[in-house]
Design a protein around this ligand. Structure first.
Ligand SMILES: [Zn+2]
Length: 245
């Protein structure tokens, strides 16, 4: 159920029955020579749309761009300033609230978005905007984390992970014909956080962070996707039961 394909009259009908909307959000950032720059939003969009279809819940257009300054030393990364992100989130939430939506759930694919999202929600509440505003990342479930860990063990790492690359391989297999496949070593350097773009590139020269993305497969992506969809459906069932004040 995609908002972009509805007429406003159909949104009116939807609001007579339901008050929840899912908004996929990700990032446009390098994912090493092995992964797609769109990885984070491609995954959050695929998970949100699968859940939206299964549960007949409205899914808004994806917010592709995220807060990724630490990837800026790699070509193709596009980053929003955290303040810009908070402004975008606040405006989008208030638009949905104005139409009568009461449960606004961002389905996230990028860790760097979480603090700006939660800060924006706090600001909205400080302004007495009514409703439930939340962010759930596709990997925010013990079962999903276990599936990723079982699949790749100590090669999972922190960025350009074989799990996220598997999910995009499953979603967009044709795009991997031109990506790197060679196997390298997995380094575990000591570093502090956050890092600037140049600092990030000096610690993690090819953009991977402690990961082995060459291990990614479509089949593992299919399995992890099923777990992520199941986990999000379970959380949404709880959210739907919440009494909105
Ligand atoms: Zn990612």
């Amino acid at each position: 159920m995609l908002l972009e394909n509805l007429a406003y009259t159909e949104v009116e009908d939807y609001l007579k029955k339901k008050d929840i909307v899912l908004i996929p959000i990700g990032s446009v950032e390098q994912h090493s020579p092995y992964g797609l720059i769109g990885t984070d939003f491609i995954i959050s969009e695929a998970v949100a749309r699968a859940v939206g279809e299964a549960m007949t819940i409205l899914v808004a257009p994806t917010i592709a761009y995220g807060v990724s300054p630490h990837h800026m030393a790699f070509k193709g990364t596009v980053s929003l300033n955290p303040n810009t992100m908070m402004g975008v989130i606040s405006d989008i939430v208030q638009s949905f609230v104005a139409h009568g939506f009461k449960r606004i759930l961002f389905v996230n694919g990028h860790g760097g978005n979480i603090t700006p999202l939660k800060t924006a929600f706090k600001q909205l509440k400080a302004e007495n905007i009514p409703g439930y505003f939340d962010v759930i990342s596709w990997y925010d479930s013990n079962k999903v984390r276990k599936a990723c860990k079982d699949a790749f063990r100590d090669k999972e790492g922190r960025h350009a992970t074989p799990s996220e690359v598997s999910l995009t391989k499953f979603t967009r297999p044709a795009e991997f014909a031109t990506k790197a496949v060679d196997q390298k070593t997995v380094a575990k350097p000591k570093y502090y956080w956050p890092l600037s773009g140049e600092e990030m590139r000096s610690v993690f020269p090819d953009g991977r962070m402690e990961s082995a993305p060459w291990l990614a497969t479509e089949e593992k992506g299919r399995l992890i996707m099923a777990k992520a969809v199941e986990a999000l459906e379970k959380k949404i069932k709880e959210i739907i039961k919440l009494k909105i004040l």
